[in-house]
Design a protein. Sequence first.
Length: 266
Amino acid sequence: MRKLTLLFLFFFSINSYCQKQIGKPENKISQRFYENLDSLKTKYDLRDLRETDTPTIRIWSPNEIISLEENPQYIFHSDNGQKAIIEKRSLPMNFNLDSLFQVFRTTSNTKNDQIHIDAFPITIELNNSNSYNLISFYKNEQLEEIIKTIRKENSIGEVRKEIISNLPAGNYRYGMTGLKIDHLPKQDKSDFYKKIESEILKKLRVTEKNNPTEMPLIVIDNIPRFFKDLNDLTLSDVKDYEIINDNRKLIYGTRGRLGIIKVNTN
């Protein structure tokens, strides 16, 4: 019996010694993130790093998740008020995990626990076979510069631009503000749209090469709409229209800075 007890204690001590250390959140920002972690990994279909030995650095920032590991990945996420938009892309291996682990750990500052209601924090998960830790902050110039370098070396700006450019027309949550995406109709154009197409090009200089986040404001019956709504109109639907690219557009503020297409229907 004594031998069995000693054997049990031996295996228990080995298991305790080998068990990964889960670092407790050290500030309010990390605590809040940790409380939501289970729902976040389910929402974005991500592995729970606390349950894996795979060395991974996962960076969470507004609308983006960057996973640096054996198969690095970039995730863009938003919603248009009706459904969640989650786009995933593979990334190149333009980083050294060991070096990044060391840099993040030596540069982190966990003392800043002030929560800002007008900003989004950045959270970094650091995981390997021995430990799992969180770093969360609103402002940390050194860490922000490291993340900026990671983004540049892995062409994340270009990846994000490609994803955004291909989003369907709509209004999306983006940081503390929003993101409006619009596209010109490519085919099956209505008779009304065909009539005003050349005028739009001439007055507003809008072509298919335009950035979909930099498009004129379309107002139909005093309601902001999109090019697809404009293309749904026929000549018999329209009472009058106006394409504005002079000082009158200032009435609409920043929304109208690229010009306005105003339509009144019958």
